[in-house]
Design a protein around this ligand. Structure first.
Ligand code: AMP
Ligand code: ZN
Length: 119
């Protein structure tokens, strides 16, 4: 647990969240600033700062995050209509919370992926 991490505080029950799923490895809660009709964050209980910090020992955790994405997508009724999974990593991605998380977005056509300047 990182005391200065908002997601660790949610996991510890010290900060509020609209939790839609929790097990012994992963929690899922609604994004506070939704960018789609369904916008849920899938978060490992373990504090891993970003994709850069993943190692082979996290293989099971990563699989469990994808498994929870499947389960939550089904519970939210978007399994067949489709959804997008996004993991931001580092400054250029706009990552603001440095506790690994997967955005689960769906519930309406999301449009083409991404927005970036031509280089
Ligand atoms: P990222 O840019 O990938 O780091 O995204 C972090 C996400 O966490 C953003 O979409 C925020 O809206 C969301 N967020 C930040 N604080 C909270 C919170 N307390 N509860 C739920 N979502 C949050
Ligand atoms: Zn954390």
């Amino acid at each position: 647990m990182a005391r200065d991490c908002i997601f660790c505080r949610i996991i510890a029950g010290e900060a509020p969240a609209d939790v839609v799923y929790r097990d012994d490895a992963v929690i899922a809660f609604k994004d506070i600033m939704p960018r789609a009709p369904v916008h849920i964050l899938v978060v490992p209980l373990e504090h891993i700062a970003s994709v850069n910090d993943l190692a082979e020992k996290h293989a099971q955790t990563v699989w469990r995050m994808f498994r929870v994405a499947q389960v939550v997508a089904e519970k939210q009724g978007i399994k067949s209509t489709g959804y997008r999974l996004v993991v931001n990593n580092g400054p250029d991605s706009g990552q603001v919370v440095f506790h690994l998380h997967m955005h689960l977005l769906g519930g309406a056509p999301l449009g083409p992926f991404g927005a970036y300047r031509r280089i």
